[in-house]
Design a protein around this ligand. Structure first.
Ligand code: ADP
Ligand code: MG
Length: 372
C-alpha cells in the first residue's frame, strides 16, 4: 500500500511490463526491461511480467519473478479482445490478472510497429507510448519521410524500391537509382531497427548486392543520399504538449552507426549533452517536437537527426517510438541531463499512458444526436 498526502492508503498500480518479442531486437528489449524493472518504485507499482518469447508466445510472471524466469517458465497467457475485461488470462491456471497499464518495451517488428498497440486497443488497456497509427508510421521509414517532407522538415533525398522490381532487373534498378541520387548512398529495409540490413554503398557495382541483402528484411527498400553528418538525438516526452530534452550526440569510429557500433564496439561514445551552440540546440529541439507531432508521437519518442557538417542543417533521420531504455541508453540519459531522473521518467510515462487512455475512452462509440 502507498499513502497519498492525506495519509489515505491507495492500492498500488498494477503495471504489466511487456518485453522480449519476435524480432532481432529481443535481447535489446530484455536489457531495457531489466533497467525498467529495477527503477519502477516498488511502493507505487506492482509489476507483472509479460514475456514474449522468440516464437511469439506470451508468458506471465507474477511480481517477484525474474525476467528470465517468466520468459522460460511463466504461465501461458492470452489477451482477450474484450474491452474492460482489463485482463491477461492465464491459460494454464485459468484465472485472470487485471492490470491497470501496460508498459511495452518491445523493439522492432511486432512491438514498435503498431501491431502490439492494436491488440492492446482491442483489449481496452492503457499502454505506454504511441498509438497504432503513430507507431506504424514511425516504424516505416518511407512513410515517415513522405510525411516529414510534406510538413517542410528536411529529410535526405531518397528513392523507394520494391523487391519485385529488383528481382526483374537488379542491375538496371541500381544504375537508375545511383544515376538519380549519386553515390555514396545508404540502402535500408523500410522497416528496420538496430541497423540490421543497412549498408553504405560507395561503388555502383556493390549496389545490387546491398539491395539484395536489404530485401531479406523487407519487401520495401529505401535508397538515400549519404550525408557527411554528425548524429544528434533528442528525447521527446508528452502527449498533446510534448517536451524535448537536451540533445545528445553519438560518435563512432566505424564507418557509420551500424549494429557493431551500437552493441559491440566499446569505443562508441554517447555525448550528453551534445556539444552544440545554444541556437543549434534550440533549433534541433524545436525540430524534434515538430517531427514528433507530424508522426503522431504519444508518450515518448527519440528523434534522430543527421546534422550535415558542411551546412549545419538538421535532417530528420528517423523516429523511434520505443527507444532503447537501459540506464545507459540515450533516451533516459537525455532526460536525466535535462533534470528528470530515470524513476521519475517512468512515473511520467505511466501517467501519460493513463491520461491518453482516459481521454480516448471518453469518446463516443455510438452516434447520438445532440439534444436540442
Ligand atoms: N542518409 C544517411 N547519411 C548518413 N548516414 C546515414 C544515413 N542513413 C543512415 N545512416 C547511418 O546509418 C545508421 C542507421 O540508420 P537508421 O536509418 O537510423 O536505421 P535504424 O532504424 O536501424 O537505426 C544511422 O545511425 C547513421 O549512422
Ligand atoms: Mg537509427
Amino acid at each position: 500500500m502507498m499513502r497519498n498526502q492525506g495519509g489515505i492508503e491507495m492500492a498500488k498500480l498494477r503495471v504489466g511490463l511487456v518485453y522480449g518479442g519476435r524480432s532481432v531486437e529481443h535481447e535489446v528489449s530484455i536489457a531495457s526491461a531489466t533497467s525498467i524493472l529495477r527503477n519502477l518504485d516498488p511502493s507505487r507499482y506492482e509489476v507483472w511480467l509479460v514475456a514474449i518469447d522468440h516464437d511469439g508466445a506470451w508468458r506471465v510472471g507474477a511480481p517477484g519473478t525474474s525476467l528470465e524466469g517468466a520468459m522460460q517458465r511463466g504461465a501461458a497467457v492470452v489477451l482477450p479482445p474484450t474491452p474492460a475485461a482489463n485482463a491477461l488470462r492465464r491459460v494454464a491456471g485459468g484465472d485472470a490478472v487485471a492490470v491497470d497499464v501496460l508498459f511495452p518495451i518491445v523493439h522492432g517488428h511486432g512491438g514498435e510497429d503498431g501491431s502490439l498497440q492494436g491488440l492492446l486497443e482491442l483489449a481496452g488497456l492503457p499502454y505506454v507510448g504511441s498509438g497504432v497509427a503513430g507507431s506504424a508510421i514511425q516504424m516505416d521509414k518511407e512513410i515517415a519521410k513522405r510525411l516529414l517532407s510534406f510538413a517542410g522538415l528536411p529529410v535526405t533525398p531518397w528513392r523507394v524500391l520494391h523487391s519485385h522490381e529488383l528481382a526483374r532487373d537488379p542491375k538496371g534498378v541500381a544504375t537508375r537509382v545511383a544515376g538519380e541520387l549519386g553515390l555514396p548512398v545508404f540502402v535500408k529495409p523500410a522497416n528496420s531497427g538496430s541497423s540490421v540490413g543497412i549498408q553504405k554503398v560507395t561503388k555502383l557495382q556493390s549496389l545490387p548486392r546491398a539491395l539484395a541483402e536489404a530485401s531479406r528484411y523487407d519487401t520495401k527498400l529505401l535508397v538515400e543520399t549519404a550525408l557527411d553528418a554528425r548524429e544528434i538525438e533528442v528525447a521527446v516526452l508528452g502527449n498533446e504538449d510534448p517536451e524535448a530534452s537536451l540533445p545528445g550526440e553519438i560518435r563512432t569510429r566505424r564507418d557509420f552507426y551500424d549494429y557493431e557500433a551500437k552493441y559491440v564496439d566499446e569505443s562508441t561514445e554517447l555525448l550528453v549533452p551534445a556539444p552544440l551552440s545554444e541556437s543549434e540546440s534550440d533549433a534541433v529541439r524545436d525540430s524534434a517536437i515538430r517531427a514528433y507531432r507530424v508522426l503522431e508521437g504519444a508518450g515518448l519518442g527519440r528523434v534522430d537527426f543527421l546534422m550535415e557538417r558542411a551546412t549545419g542543417t538538421f535532417y530528420v533521420n528517423e523516429l523511434n517510438s520505443l527507444p532503447g531504455f537501459t540506464e545507459v541508453s540515450m533516451y533516459p540519459r537525455l532526460w536525466e541531463a535535462t533534470g528528470l531522473p530515470y524513476p521519475q521518467l517512468l512515473d511520467r510515462l505511466i501517467e501519460l499512458a493513463i491520461d491518453r487512455h482516459r481521454r480516448r475512452a471518453a469518446l463516443e462509440t455510438t452516434f447520438r444526436k445532440l439534444g436540442r
